[in-house]
Design a protein around this ligand. Sequence first.
Ligand code: EPZ
Length: 419
Amino acid sequence: MDKILVHGGRRLRGTVKISGSKNSALPILAATLLTREPCTISRVPDLSDIHYMLTILSELGCEVERASGTVQIRAGKILTHAPYEIVRKMRASVCILGPLLGREHDATVSLPGGCVIGDRPIDLHLRGFEALGAVVRVSGGNVKVLADRLRGARISLRSKFGSTVLGTGNVMMAAVLADGVTTIDGAAEEPEVVDLARFLISMGAKIEGAGTRTITIEGVKELHGAEHEVIPDRIEAGTFLVAAAISGDGVTLSRVEPRHLEAVSAPLREAGFEITSHSSSMTLQPGSQRRPLKLDTVPYPGFPTDMQAQMCALLATTDGISVVTEHVFPNRFMHVAELKRMGANIELQNATAVIQGVPRLGGAPVMASDLRASAALVLAGLQADGTTEINRVYHIDRGYESIDEKLNELGASIERVKA
Ligand code: EPZ
């Protein structure tokens, strides 16, 4: 397994180009199953999670062609059962259930395993499918969803954690070809849900309210092929903003959507950094004084759980006491033990991390665990004395397109060592 060596103490400056959004591209690629006509999706990031999704679509019978960031997919005659081996590797493959159910009224996927950030239930997805008239059967580690016909319904996706991003997308994709009108209450408002809705609408779907808590879908007879450019990755962008805060002397992000990052820019400004935004770029400059923060992760438009680990890396060397609480994935603190190996002073109290800032971190061998925790360790290494060795780098490659190369172009000193 590859590992990454981060030689700390280098300052970052310059401009970094942000890639297309992983969490938008995954459901949009799945949505191409809803039509027999070809679809062209551009600005698809080159990530292992995307590779897994394209492999699943190919195994289902789709014609898939990829040329750098553009993917052509034609779902002519397709199977309705995704192979366990691939699905096991990527939980987000659950989002093929909705389009397969919507088009074929039959879908089987192996139950997504839990992962280090928590057990990842799909009860809300399945409740949505049942409301549309489907029968759900769980057996042998597979979930099978069948329907004679799909009828529009009123569905609530509210949960004690807020809503479900992939669940909202899955139910939307199952409803676009149903008979009648579906209303989703408690829908996720994330920009990735809006991007998926825009793609479905370009295929001929009738959807209103995406980006709000209530989405209305009027079923149509069939959908046609379409072209779509994926939105910028707001979490990659947020990760680079934090890198710029940790070790930068003026870093600009290009090809971003500043509106999607307001819940990340606000705490960074509160922490003492200066951020200026233009239509598709953002620049972060160090401020005169750094301040500790109290952060709570909540569904969009609040502060995103996917940025929590990265902010802990910044707050680890911010003088004073910061308090970070997870309301979406209460166990999502795998990065804390590793940051403490680097000298951070963090105490976990249930779903809250209490961080006493220390002057410096020290490089150490650390273990990547999940996608965002791994990115946080790279960021921590930027500011640490000495070298930080990050093992199990495949976690990072799932969600970041060449993060080491992009950081090196800004002035970092990061080596990727083939194991
Ligand atoms: C999406 O996952 C993202 N993944 C996650 O990003 C992100 O952390 C998450 O949304 C929250 O923003 C993709 O889009 C591929 P949820 P998703 O369903 O949709 C509970 C990354 O780092 N829940 O919104 O799977 C769930 O346990 C990844 O890029 C149920 O209880 O997350 C969690 O506590 C990690 N029942 C909360 O809701 C359900 O049926 C939010 O989960 C579904 C979810």
